[in-house]
Design a protein around this ligand. Structure first.
Ligand code: UTP
Length: 295
């Protein structure tokens, strides 16, 4: 077996239509919705950089120009802030453009997550790579991606993030049939996209972080449209695991789907209440709110 290569490339799919967040996402990408005062996708890029990734490919589509603008320099604004003596704010803007080498490729039509990943083939080449969904927030307190990359380096095989969910929730996710390997690690024997709870092979759901071997591209080229008529990444991984082992790294805390309204509200409350500048006043407001409304 070939020695594993280090994972330095991440693909961040951000070309979905965001229909669960309409009308907010009618004319702006859901990945640009602010989580406190930063767009959701910036947290995702920062997470990738923390895990040692320096090459990022964002999959964009129609109406997603603001994503590129956000990670680019804005000389006019930088000049204005400099003139006003707001140097910390200016530096913060410059730093966003220097986070990593960020590239973009457009997915002509939103044909599904699997299709979005397949358009990354030319950029990724014959290398392992990480996938981070652009609308999923992961806590920086749990180094999930770092641990998944370490697992890839140990086994030279794909690793998928898995989280236990309730039987009612499992039909919204890809679901794994697991075989325990060690503490947090399982080998995935099968994967089913959005199963009926009655036939789900477990309550372990696939979450939006993956480390994939390049063989996934051959699998993506072979699959047919699946659940929802979309090309599903889950189906390609299910095909991949027939020819090489695929592992699941389980975690339990610190994940929100910022493309879903309720989770979006939760992550904002969590982050705002932890912030040094906003936290004290915000927490006081929250407890007052709960008390006076008798919640
Ligand atoms: P989602 O299923 O959450 O995205 O895909 P969506 O289709 O935009 O969501 P709703 O259901 O309409 O609200 C997970 C990730 O994959 C990307 C999305 O942008 C999101 O980051 N994606 C999805 C693509 O890049 N292309 C697609 O064709 C579908």
């Amino acid at each position: 077996m070939q020695a594993p290569r280090t994972v330095t490339t991440a693909v961040i799919p951000a070309a979905g239509l965001g229909t669960r967040f309409l009308p907010a996402t009618k004319a702006q990408p859901k990945e640009m919705l602010p989580v406190v005062d930063k767009p959701a996708i910036q947290y995702v890029v920062e997470e990738a950089v923390r895990a040692g990734i320096d090459d990022i490919l964002i999959i964009t589509g129609r109406g997603k120009r603001s994503l590129e603008d956000h990670f680019d320099r804005n000389f006019e604004l930088e000049y204005f802030l400099g003139e006003k003596g707001k140097h910390a704010q200016r530096d913060q803007l410059v730093n966003i453009a220097e986070l990593a080498d960020i590239h973009y490729v457009r997915q002509g039509e939103p044909l599904g997550l699997g299709h979005a990943i397949s358009v990354a083939r030319k950029h990724v080449g014959d290398n392992p790579f990480a996938v981070l969904l652009g609308d999923e927030w992961m806590s920086p307190d749990t180094p999930l991606l770092e641990n998944m990359i370490a697992t890839y380096e140990r086994y030279n095989r794909s690793v998928v993030a898995l989280k236990e969910v309730t039987p009612e929730e499992i039909s919204r996710y890809g679901c794994a049939k697991p075989e325990p390997v060690s503490d947090r690690l399982v080998q995935i024997l099968d994967l089913v996209e959005k199963p009926d709870p009655a036939v789900a092979p477990s309550n372990l759901a696939v979450m939006g972080r993956y480390v994939l071997t390049p063989e996934i591209f051959d699998a993506l080229a072979q699959i047919e449209p699946g659940s929802g008529g979309e090309l599903q990444l889950t189906d390609a991984i299910a095909l991949l695991l027939q020819s090489q082992a695929v592992y699941g790294y389980t975690f339990s805390e610190g994940r929100y789907d910022t493309g879903q309204v309720l989770d979006y509200l939760k992550v904002i409350v969590e982050l705002a209440s932890e912030r040094e500048d906003l936290g004290p006043e915000f927490r006081a407001f929250l407890s007052d709110f709960v008390r006076t409304r008798d919640l």
